[in-house]
Design a protein around this ligand. Structure first.
Ligand SMILES: Nc1ncnc2c1ncn2[C@@H]1O[C@H](COP(=O)(O)OP(=O)(O)OP(=O)(O)O)[C@@H](O)[C@H]1O
Ligand SMILES: O=C(O)c1ccc[n+]([C@@H]2O[C@H](COP(=O)([O-])O)[C@@H](O)[C@H]2O)c1
Length: 212
């Protein structure tokens, strides 16, 4: 028996919100993870430079998980230069946790786009994928990732706990319809994003006058 799996949820987290946090906590409990690392992308490879710097986005993640058992604010991507490639983050986590299964948490949308990621075939050698989909949504059989999914998919958590990497578990989780874009828009309009984000995150947004 290996050690308990370690989860990783990467994101721009501009800002982190209750959608991210519920997802991480739900999987932490459901899959009996040792912990879930929330990793802000310092320099996201696939989107424009975020309007808020990595240090402040990390500070918001830290504030959001302070005192929450099982969720860890992880700044390892802030310590690297260049684009924040997930494969490099997983290599770093693998060095830190040689005996734990690693689980990369991905939405179905991100999973579909995985072939555009840096060294994507190495990702599945370093970690399992926990692919989150909304109830009722299926990947069409015609999709190029369908066969990849079927080849690697497992239907229960045993393989995730007994192997270090290489499997895909699809988890159905009702999404909270919250997005960081929505929060930035509310703040820019002078409106109140309370109840979409934790209070300590709102306090940082107000203190630094973010998203105005
Ligand atoms: N409401 C949500 N419920 C579940 N997962 C979410 C939710 N919002 C984002 N995620 C997932 O969290 C990860 C990081 O998301 P990200 O930081 O890009 O947030 P976002 O709200 O999608 O941001 P933006 O609106 O700026 O695009 C992604 O895998 C994304 O699919
Ligand atoms: O490594 C890559 O090539 C890569 C390409 C696209 C996205 N990612 C990661 O996917 C995570 C979610 O990204 P986003 O844009 O939804 O916040 C974040 O950790 C990104 O660094 C990683």
């Amino acid at each position: 028996m290996t050690a308990r799996p370690v989860g990783m949820l990467g994101g721009t987290f501009n800002p982190i919100h209750h959608g991210h946090l519920r997802l991480a906590l739900e999987l932490y409990e459901r899959l009996s993870f040792a912990q879930v690392h929330l990793v802000p992308a310092a320099n996201p490879p696939h989107r424009e430079k975020p309007t808020v710097g990595a240090e402040l986005r990390f500070a918001m993640v830290q504030a959001a998980v302070a005192g929450v058992s099982g969720l860890i604010a992880d700044d390892r991507e802030l310590k690297r230069q260049g684009f924040s490639y997930t494969v490099d983050t997983l290599r770093s986590l693998r060095n830190e946790y040689p005996n734990n299964p690693l689980c990369l948490i991905l939405g179905m949308d991100a999973f579909i786009g995985l072939p555009t990621w840096q060294a994507w075939e190495s990702i599945i050698e370093l970690a399992h994928l926990v692919v989150v989909r909304r109830p009722g949504t299926l990947l069409p059989m015609s999709h190029r990732m369908h066969d990849f999914l079927v080849t690697h998919q497992v239907n229960n958590t045993v393989d995730i706990h007994t192997r270090l990497a290489g499997k895909i578990l699809v988890e159905e989780i009702p999404a909270l319809t919250i997005s960081a874009t929505q929060i930035r828009t509310l703040v820019a309009q002078g409106r109140d994003p309370s109840y979409l984000i934790p209070l300590p995150v709102l306090e940082i947004i107000q203190q630094y006058q973010l998203y105005r």
